[in-house]
Design a protein around this ligand. Structure first.
Ligand SMILES: Cc1cc2nc3c(=O)[nH]c(=O)nc-3n(C[C@H](O)[C@H](O)[C@H](O)COP(=O)(O)OP(=O)(O)OC[C@H]3O[C@@H](n4cnc5c(N)ncnc54)[C@H](O)[C@@H]3O)c2cc1C
Length: 333
């Protein structure tokens, strides 16, 4: 079936919780971009027994779903998925393809771009449309010290991978409708070179922060590992997660999983506590979507204090201890 309307494709990566959420975040961003170029948002879902994902992507804003549901696709194979995508792109000519910068996306997207002889911007932190209708792919470059704005002028599709947590998904809405095209598995696909023997889902980490509503973030101003560890107590009381800056991760006070910023996670909590953090651009690049920021710093001139909704000029450890004490008291009352 010929589809004349411009189309923005989002690759449906549903293999674990976070990759699942990044697809929803990309659908939401694609909806914004689609308005600017009068396009539809199309999610691609390949696999076996995938109706759950078709419904999920529909409820989160896709206008169209291209689905291939076949037992042969039960386990992911790079060669097969690439062959399917290449064939579909050549047949339908999408304007833009967005893929999550997950382990899967980082393997899949460059190979697809090479096959399609088009450009790809990896790990984008922003996407916009120019007045001429081109996709601006905003990505860290030169070791992360600059943000580059990249456009793919002459080749199509325009392709970008985007980190989980960069954009916000829209709320689930069961009343949304999408045009679902169920396509047959094409013939002559290459045989997979890797055979999946067993599949085991990783347990979600205790301190994962990408989707936390409350985040307590600590920096070098926490002074030492023991002081930093107390942030976990506050996070537990508030039902949130703990984030960290790079010096803290490098010093071994926190896991790499807690790193917030350009080289780490992009967070979008409703409330963020920032203890002893200066607010370097590489850190604040990950805070774009925090709704309300409380910063505690000895230096009132710190960038983090200027960004904050509430800025407390104080010792981070003192404020942390008082807050924990006060909250515990209120819980007991
Ligand atoms: C390529 C590249 C990528 C990077 N990626 C990241 C990234 O993803 N995430 C990241 O965080 N960083 C990243 N960085 C590092 C970044 O540039 C900063 O160095 C880092 O964010 C600073 O961390 P900080 O705020 O904890 O430390 P500092 O900049 O040293 O700030 C410490 C703050 O604590 C305050 N302070 C000190 N003592 C106290 C006290 N007792 N009470 C209250 N406040 C106190 C100080 O006034 C100061 O503002 C990257 C750097 C590069 C070059």
């Amino acid at each position: 079936m010929e589809n004349k309307k411009k189309s923005i494709w989002v690759f449906g990566d549903y293999r674990n919780y976070y990759q699942n959420r990044v697809t929803l975040q990309l659908i939401s961003k694609a909806m914004d971009l689609a308005k600017a170029i009068d396009a539809e948002v199309c999610a691609l879902v390949f696999g076996h027994e995938i109706d759950e994902w078709i419904m999920e992507y529909t409820a989160h804003g896709a206008d169209r779903i291209l689905a291939i549901d076949d037992p042969a696709l039960k386990s992911y194979s790079t060669e097969q998925y690439l062959a399917i995508m290449e064939a579909l792109v050549k047949e339908r000519d999408p304007e833009i393809i967005l893929i999550g910068a997950t382990d899967f996306g980082r393997e899949f997207a460059p190979r697809l771009a090479k096959r399609l002889q088009t450009g790809l911007s990896a790990d984008c932190v922003g996407l916009e449309i120019t007045p001429e209708g081109l996709l601006v792919q905003i990505a860290p470059s030169f070791g992360g010290n600059m943000l580059a704005e990249i456009v793919t002028e002459h080749h199509r599709p325009q392709m970008a991978t985007v980190r989980p947590g960069t954009f916000k998904e829209i709320p689930h809405d069961n009343s949304r409708k999408a045009q679902v095209e169920r396509l047959p598995l094409m013939k002559g696909l290459p045989a997979p070179r890797v055979r999946l023997i067993e599949y085991e889902r990783c347990a979600e980490k205790e301190h994962s922060i990408e989707n936390a509503q409350v985040i307590v973030c600590g920096g070098r101003g926490m002074g030492n590992k023991n002081n930093f560890a107390k942030l976990h107590e506050l996070a537990r009381i508030l039902g949130g997660g703990v984030g960290a800056t790079r010096p803290v991760v490098y010093a071994g006070w926190a896991d790499h999983d807690a790193l917030v910023g350009q080289a780490g996670k992009h967070i979008k909590p409703k409330i963020l506590f920032s203890f002893g953090i200066s607010g370097a651009i590489q850190h604040t690049a990950g805070l774009g979507e925090a709704d309300f920021i409380v910063a505690i710093n000895k230096n009132p001139q710190a960038t983090m204090m200027k960004m904050a909704d509430v800025a407390m000029v104080a010792d981070a450890g003192d404020v942390l201890n008082s807050l924990i004490k006060e909250l515990k008291k209120r819980i007991r009352e």
